[in-house]
Design a protein around this ligand. Structure first.
Ligand code: PLP
Length: 402
């Protein structure tokens, strides 16, 4: 009888699972949606917003979608590398013409930046099950789960002091100087999420020097290229470390800079110590991709390819991306000008910055003013509009005083 009960319990496969906490950001979206106050302010969600509060489809993307619809002849399989022409066109955007010609760098299309990060982590674990990766804190909340899933050990160091509103560069260099040769280092290429605090070019140079001297392997997450200070400027740090390092991984996303979030569009590049090693890494990437998504979704990459292959569409994409970037910069400047305690926001990049507010203060802003932001104080600058940016700044400064 007892053994029958045991057998019955063991058969309850899904009863063995632990309950998972709902995603805090998705909960925030639901709360905001349910709020009927007309002047509520949503700075929680991490997508670009225009002045009317929408997340538009870019002009060039819309045109390319029409071209794709009219000209695509087949939906037959493409293979695990996805759209090879897309990756070829993304390559110089990420690396610049010089480094893009390096034959030790290989790349393939992935389902967004998340797919690239996960695939990169899997490649690392496959190559070295004892690999360690150094991760600055705070970081994007999905980094740890993605890396953990692949079984790569994480070592944390403090990257940013929220109260002092500055990067803890000494802590970063100390951590990397103490890292073992062959250790990996996760780096945000630009527009650090969640802090907005990017390294200066001189600091990138210093990191590149340490990486080269200590034989570390950078794993760069480049999810927001073009939304900080421009396509070239935002890739400058990445190029420095990739050039300096013997081996590197670069997870790239088009989901933000093409505004194609749900189309899951990105790529992973790997730099090997030789052309041969890079080729072997590429073969392993194809095999790993095959076991996860087999091949990436086509639409977003096909659209980005059409845009980048057509000079007029490419120019329009760059112009609109420039407009988005300028809007973010203008909102940052407005916040900074409002009060000296917000001045640091203008020196930061991308959609996010962090306010030195306690979870209780964040909650009070939500309840009293209808301002929705993550409990950490991270807010999406571009969730604001010309009409409410001063109201937001006033409410935040009032809480800082309280
Ligand atoms: C820092 C960072 N890396 C990667 C990603 C993943 O982007 P994707 O939507 O292309 O998977 C995000 C998305 O929010 C991000 O913020």
């Amino acid at each position: 009888m007892a053994s029958e009960v045991l057998v019955a319990n063991e058969a309850q496969l899904f009863d063995r699972l632990d309950e998972q906490k709902p995603d805090a950001l998705l909960q925030l979206i639901a709360l905001c949606d349910a709020d009927t106050r007309p002047d509520k302010i949503d700075v929680g969600v991490g997508v670009y917003r225009d002045s009317a509060g929408g997340t538009p489809i870019l002009r060039a993307v819309k045109k390319a979608e029409r071209i794709l619809w009219e000209t695509q002849q087949t939906k037959a399989y493409l293979g695990s590398q996805g759209d090879a022409r897309f990756t070829e066109l993304i390559r110089p955007i990420v690396f610049g013409e010089g480094l893009a010609a390096d034959e030790r760098i290989v790349g393939l299309q992935t389902p967004g930046g998340c797919g690239a990060l996960r695939l990169g982590a899997d490649l690392i674990a496959k190559a070295n099950p004892k690999a360690r990766i150094h991760v600055g804190q705070p970081t994007w909340p999905n980094h740890a789960p993605l890396i953990e899933c692949a079984g790569v050990e994480m070592v944390f160091y403090d990257y940013y002091d929220r109260e002092a509103r500055r990067i803890l560069f000494d802590r970063m260099t100390d951590a990397l100087e103490a890292a073992a040769p062959g250790d990996l280092v996760l780096l945000h290429g630009c527009c650090h999420n969640p802090t907005g605090a990017d390294l200066e070019l001189d600091q990138w140079r210093e990191i590149a020097g340490i990486v080269a001297r200590r034989g570390l392997i950078p794993f760069v997450d480049l999810a927001y290229q073009g939304l900080g200070n421009g396509l070239e400027e935002d890739a400058a740090g990445t190029r420095l470390v990739v050039e300096a390092a013997e081996q590197a991984l670069i997870a790239q996303s088009c989901d933000k800079n093409f505004g194609v979030y749900r189309e899951r569009t990105g790529s992973l590049f790997v730099k090997g110590s030789s052309r041969r090693n890079a080729g072997i890494a590429f073969g392993n990437l194809l095999q790993l991709a095959r076991t996860m998504w087999s091949m990436p979704p086509d639409h977003g990459a096909a659209v980005a390819r059409i845009v980048l292959d057509d000079p007029a569409l490419r120019a329009d994409w760059q112009a609109e991306l420039g407009e988005m970037c300028a809007r973010i910069r203008a909102l940052r400047a407005r916040l900074a000008a409002y009060d000296e305690r917000l001045a640091y926001i203008d020196g930061q990049n991308g959609m996010f910055s962090m306010l030195p507010l306690s979870p209780a203060q964040v909650l009070a802003l939500r309840e009293e003013k209808g301002i929705y932001m993550a409990g950490s104080g991270r807010f999406n600058v571009v969730g604001l509009s010309d009409d409410n940016v001063d109201l937001f700044a006033a409410a935040v400064v009032e809480k800082m005083d309280g």
